[in-house]
Write a new protein. Sequence first.
Length: 558
Amino acid sequence: MNTLLAPAEVLTASDAEWWRQAAVYQIYPRSFADANGDGIGDLRGIISRIPYLRELGVDAVWLSPFYTSALADGGYDVDDYRDIDPRIGTLDDFDDMVRELRSAGIRIVVDLVPNHSSNLHEWFQQALAAPKGSPERDRYIFRDGTGKNGELPPADWTSIFGGPAWTRVADGQWYLHNFASEQPDFNWNNPEVREDFLTTLRFWSDRGVDGFRVDVAHGLSKDLPEILPSQAELDALPKDGTHPLWDRDEVHEIYRTWRDVFNEYDPPRTAVAEAWVPAERRIRYASQEGLGQAFNFDLLECDFDAAQFRDVVTHNLGLVAASGSSSTWVFSNHDVVRHATRYGLPPRGDNTTEKQGSAWLLTEGTTPELDAELGLRRARAATLFALALPGSAYLYQGEELGLHEVADIPAEQRQDPSFFRNPGVDPGRDGCRVPLPWEADGPSYGFGAGGAHLPQPSWFGASSVAAQEGDENSTLSMYRRALQLRRELQTAETVEWDEELSQGDVLVFSRPNGWTCATNFGDAPATLPAGEVILSSVTEPAEAGVLPAASTVWLRRR
């Protein structure tokens, strides 16, 4: 068995299923806390805020990429998978952070980006220096071009971030990048690629990492025919495990080898897949012979609507019961408009092709008008609803402060490649990555001694940690109380719907120990179930027997 850092006494080493109902807090390292004042968050900044994380009551933190990177895609373009970006810290800092987190009873999950590396990765630089057909190029996906002299790309494919998915190199060949051109896709048919990632899994597991969040988990395996289909033909192909690029059945062979590595440790390391695939296929990534868990983004894509929420919960709990995993519940992360903002905009309804809030961001937050107060009220209610469900809750930094999306970032200060590759079409993701406000004033609202790498709005001060400390009605206080109660009340991973009370805009369910959650998704008060109220998402005084509009109440049934 590999060991480097012994777990603190507060963590149970033999608890192999700690992740099943954990509250996991996502940290975007560059925007969490800056210890050295250079405007970029760092590991020492995280260490300084561990008391905050402990008081918040989370079970684990998930760190977005902290690896060496040129930041072509916010750190998801990795130069070296086994080192720390010097702007963020050192391996010694990382070890200190793990020890401090463990002593606070907090586990750690790290982001892993296996679909692609950076174009500055040592292997890709070797590929550029090597001839076509070489072992160095075989680690990536290179093809000859089309046209009379190979001057056209192998296919007219479009990358996820917009623009062509193929880029030409000096000797005339082209390489595939499903994201930015600085992110060449690995060739996972190459045994050297597979073995190197096993080395990386052990490297971080030996340093005390408890689990991994696997970026683009559905994209690793590819099977490209000699004559490539057009983009239109590619889009028309079924997503049934045989698609050339996405969610191929054989990707699970890779994850079975990862599971062998995870099981070398005590407790076994675990992982959660970011796999944008139909729910029925998502459970394969959550297999106990594979990664163990997969992100369920279904609530993230719902309107604030009772019927939609119930359908998602019922469907996903049924799927995880069949897979042996536990579900995950997510409302916000580093890629989407914050849910406090989404819920303050008109519902998306049947327009499911557009990410919620994208059109609003393209107007710099002016159209349609944001009802910020209603959005936060609904977000608080949705959060308490999800925290009462069985499974893991993944929380994104700043949502515990009720932060809204920052919409009016000047173009010259933006950083997201999707914004630059799709001008006027994709607003980018910078608005949810703005550094956190810790203090009510100052040059960066307490983020660091200097400025912040993305501009913070003037309203951040009123939403800061300092402004909410000591206010029992604040969103921060609600999250702290909810996470404390959740840990105390957590029970078997089942729910029972109250069919009599779950009518119209109201959903009521109970957990096996009598913990009941009642949510009113409507605009008018409803009937509150009988029981002792232990937590409410709203701040107005409680009225006997009344469940306020856009609210969630937790009760103990008598």
